[in-house]
Write a protein that binds this ligand. Sequence first.
Ligand SMILES: Cc1ncc(COP(=O)(O)O)c(C=O)c1O
Length: 405
Amino acid sequence: MLPTSQKEDTMETSLEKQFSWVEKMVPYLREESPCTVVNLEVLQENLGILEKVQAQAGCKVLVALKAFAMWDTFPLMAQYLSGAAVSSPDEARLAYEMMGKEVHAYAPAYSQKDMREMVEMCDHITFNSFSQWREFRTMMTASQKRIGIRINPEHSEAEVDLYNPCARGSRLGVTLAQFKEEELGEVSGLHFHTLCEQGAEPLVRTLAAVEEKFGRWFPRLIWINMGGGHHITKPGYNRRLLVQTILDFKKRTGLEVILEPGEAVAIGTGVLVSTVLDIVENDGLIAMLDTSATAHMPDTLEMPYRPEVYGARKPGELPFSYRLGGLTCLAGDMIGARGDRGYSFNKPLNVGDKIVFLDMSHYTTVKTTTFNGVRLPSLATWWPDPAEFRLVRRFGYADFKGRLS
Ligand SMILES: Cc1ncc(COP(=O)(O)O)c(C=O)c1O
């Protein structure tokens, strides 16, 4: 059962309201746990918003596969988006084979072997440096694919350095001081990625820095890729400003514009459902779950952040407080345990209860590992009305064995 459904006397958080569909969905899971479930209706709504931006601004919107690559949804995405942004030969191949739309690549560095594969499948390839561009120039010009250089406008908007490509000493992109006009050759576009979960206003400020520093080379280019980090589908995002900014930019510069959000495609779409396996006590109660922070939700430790749990609040806000522990032997395999140290619930937790982590589609399924031999969460989709739960993939021993030797 969902211990959290006893929440009549608790005001719903806004995220809970968004995810109220889990009440109806969880009974369909039966024994399937842990399981990531993506609500296709919400995904479609996000895609609809992105398609509208694409149409109104006259730009291309790609999905960044590094954020969300559940390929069962690629046919749906292909109906709305122009293609995929990829960072490796395997992502390129997945997009090429399973989505069948444009494939745009950028990686901090490519090997000869990577590039031989990617050049066949990608429409755009962006280099992180002029030295990499030099290395692959012969192969690239023979392929007649579009070539880009990533720039670093040295304008920081991201708050956390781990997610700030313009942090001091960043290895990502060419700074103005390192820019070599004489080496542009067949380069037809520039790429910048500077934002992280941000609104249109930081983009406006970034664009001003980009134009001031690199605008002098725009007349010899065809396109610009404004990267990801645009929280376009998040409630409150100023889409009108985004569209106007792109329209004005295009008018001013004549460049084609490409956006490659990842998170904005999948935000608000998915949950990770887990099950309580045991309750132990040490300096408070700890619910042991069949999931793991380090193996299934690494960003909660890396960033770190405290994911919201359906029906739960901060410790002490509701009568029954717990920390939530993961399955691996890592001492710190605790979910949301730093700072506020856990969660509280309206009812005591029992073995078998479901714990639902909210907003878990992006940067989770793509980052999972089988550390400790812990199985990867199953993947499923949900359509609310008429209700349809579809188990897309269950992982097992072969997946663990297959990545070792
Ligand atoms: C080059 C590039 N493009 C796009 C993205 C997608 O960003 P987001 O998922 O924040 O929209 C990233 C994320 O790190 C990135 O590095």
